[in-house]
Design a binder for this molecule. Structure first.
Ligand code: NAP
Length: 242
């Protein structure tokens, strides 16, 4: 059985990616941190597409938890292959640098950047052995351009972009591609508190993007058609920044 692991699959962009992977016929491993009800809803949506899936609860920023839950899954499911990994889990805790607390800095770096490291470490070996894999990292316009009030988030996402490019070169010979997707404003819980009308006016397309539009880009990187693309960062931002 071919599996796709999506971190932060319970809500928002991650949920849309889980549903898209189900459409592509993958057994979907839906990771979440704490919102089990939302994760269950994602699982139902996966099944409604005629596919299968299961929930994997762990905090991507907690190395021991990732080892315990994901490491055990890998160990106990040796006949199954995680072919697709989408490192999507992320949070933002915005503050101007002047006011930022150590906790805000560490939380955001830990989940996005260390989370990428902890989860990818568990999955990479299987891909290298099978000589096939697709790793897609969810970054952000903030990690490319830098956004005021987000030094923690911009640093975390820029760090993942660097790691994407480095890892892509390490594993290219083994048939594993590593790419990143950098959304602008996407309508999810993460952006729910923002002034959508005011911010959308800054976007050339005059609107926020949808989680499904991001999932479509993931599907492209997952496809065999994208086999010669690696170390790339794809912007999805309605023309906000190129
Ligand atoms: P969201 O609606 O806030 O959903 C966040 C998801 O991440 C949830 O499934 C949540 O699980 C999970 N999560 C959070 N912390 C976690 C942890 N420590 N371990 C495991 N899972 C964790 O966010 P979103 O808007 O879909 O964003 C998804 C990704 O896209 C993030 O990396 C974000 O930085 C990036 N992004 C978003 C936008 C945007 O405009 N929305 C723009 C650029 C980039 P629970 O449900 O259990 O809490």
């Amino acid at each position: 059985m071919k599996c796709a692991l999506i971190t932060g699959g319970s809500r928002g962009i991650g949920r849309a990616i889980c549903i898209k992977m189900a459409e592509l016929g993958y057994h979907v491993l839906i990771n979440y941190k704490g919102n089990e009800a939302a994760a269950q809803e994602t699982l139902e949506a996966v099944k409604a597409k005629g596919s299968t899936g299961e929930l994997l609860q762990f905090n991507v920023g907690d190395a021991a938890e990732v080892q315990q839950v994901l490491g055990s899954w890998v160990e106990n499911n040796k006949e199954q292959q995680i072919e697709v990994l989408v490192n999507n889990a992320g949070i933002r805790e915005d503050s101007l640098m002047f006011w930022m607390t150590d906790t805000q800095w560490n939380n955001v770096l830990n989940i996005s950047l260390n989370g990428f490291y902890h989860v990818t470490k568990q999955v990479l070996n299987g891909m290298l052995l099978k000589r096939y894999g697709r790793i897609i990292n969810m970054v952000s316009l903030s990690g490319i351009k830098g956004l005021p009030g987000q030094t923690n988030y911009s640093a975390a996402k820029a760090g993942v972009i660097g790691a994407t490019k480095a890892l892509a070169q390490e594993v290219a010979k083994r048939g594993v591609t590593v790419n990143a997707i950098a959304p602008g404003f996407i309508k999810t819980d993460m952006t729910a508190a923002l002034n959508e009308k005011e911010l959308a006016a800054q976007v050339p397309m005059n609107r926020f993007g949808t989680a499904e539009e991001v999932a479509d880009a993931v599907a492209f990187f997952v496809s065999r058609s994208a086999g010669y693309i690696t170390g790339e960062v794809l912007n999805i931002n309605g023309g906000l920044h190129t």
